[in-house]
Ligand binder design. Structure first.
Ligand code: GDP
Ligand code: CA
Length: 341
């Protein structure tokens, strides 16, 4: 069975651990045994990953969502901190801070920097991000084919009232709008400045990344991870041609709610949904995605137990949605498959 997943970073990666467990792969490694034949499992899980969070820092191309997937699925992520590498050290970050170097709010660990050095060198040599991601995967063996949504550079920017604005003496002028890089809004300001809108810079000229259209056309099941609908799944859907490919895909598309009882489990999805006038609830997210039969995204939507969700044209089912461990998450994947039948 071939499963293709639309994914952001940490939430998407946790969901992918469950997808791996569901298909008989070792969640934290590349290997596994087929539950039926007992032979080495052939992984057929592909993730189309948001790269709108990507940022150049200290000359290095950083891809937070791809790296969250890569590290988590390879068993080398720091799951307590929630991002970056396990057993990380921070020598370079401390030195950079002592220089007052750019973006002190975005820490890069020493091991992580090695990833960004290799990635940036390959990108600068002319390799597309998809090829670079495959090369990183060859070392780490995440057991899932990780595909950037696009090989072109797309950056999510957030339009806000300029937080640095100070009116001149006697002036009644309000703060002008400025666009912050998503990472600055999310990490530095912790999404605390109201977002007026999100702009996916570069998306209009972008194309789906290498392998993306094929992964949608050949999937037996397409899943939308419980990732942030606005800034993780939103940029993926903004790549021209991707929505059309989803609409045309022969497989059913089932999404999972990232909200339980109207709240995100971590992060600031509530602030993101408010910016696009979508109610912060499973029903709000489901209706925002919309029914595929009406040009939207979903055939099915999995929501938390006890939530009364109705989305015209979409089959809805309830299940425990807390991704406590890969096994619990695998049960969510099983419920998605059931919903697709
Ligand atoms: P990011 O790119 O690192 O911010 O991660 P994602 O966009 O992939 O995922 C973030 C979303 O995951 C948040 O909106 C959370 O509500 C959601 N999330 C995290 N843990 C869980 C969980 O256990 N269950 C569900 N249903 N959603 C979760
Ligand atoms: Ca992200």
């Amino acid at each position: 069975m071939k499963i293709t997943v639309l994914s952001g970073g940490v939430g998407g990666a946790k969901f992918l651990l469950g997808v791996k467990a569901f298909v008989g792969l070792d969640p934290f490694g590349g290997a596994g045994t087929d539950p039926v034949t007992g032979e080495a499992a052939t992984p057929d899980v592909t993730a189309i990953v948001n790269n709108g969070d990507d940022i150049r820092l200290h000359g290095l191309q950083v891809c937070p969502d791809l790296d969250s997937c890569l590290y988590t699925l390879s068993g080398v992520a720091d799951t307590v901190r929630g991002w970056g590498r396990l057993d990380e050290t921070w020598t370079a970050a401390a030195e950079l801070a002592s220089y007052g170097a750019e973006a002190p709010w975005f820490s890069l660990g020493d091991k992580d920097i090695a990833t960004h050095l290799v990635r940036t060198r390959m990108l600068d040599a002319g390799y597309p991000l998809s090829a670079v991601t495959a090369a990183l995967g060859a070392k780490w063996q995440p057991g899932v084919t990780l595909l950037p949504m696009s090989d072109q550079r797309i950056e999510t920017h957030v339009v806000v009232s300029d937080p640095a604005f100070e009116p001149g003496p006697g002036s009644t002028a309000g703060a002008p709008d400025v666009a912050l890089h998503f990472q600055e809004w999310w990490t530095r300001y912790r999404a605390g400045i109201p977002a007026k809108r999100f702009v996916f810079v570069g998306a209009e000229e972008a194309r789906p990344g290498a392998g993306v259209l094929e992964a949608l056309a050949t999937a037996d099941l397409i899943l939308v991870a419980p990732s942030n609908p606005v800034v993780s799944i939103g940029p993926i859907l903004a790549v021209p041609g991707l929505r059309e490919a989803l609409l045309a895909a022969p497989a059913r598309i089932v999404g999972v709610s990232p909200l339980i009882a109207g709240k995100p489990l971590r992060g600031h999805a509530d602030a993101c949904l408010a910016a696009i006038d979508v109610e912060c609830s499973a029903q709000g997210v489901g209706r925002h995605y919309g029914a595929r039969s009406e040009g939207g995204l979903l055939d099915g939507f999995l929501v938390a137990e006890g939530e009364d969700v109705q989305i015209p044209g979409v089959r809805v089912a309830e299940a425990p949605l807390l991704m406590m461990d890969p096994q619990a998450t695998a049960a969510m994947v099983a419920a998605c498959l059931e919903l697709s039948r």
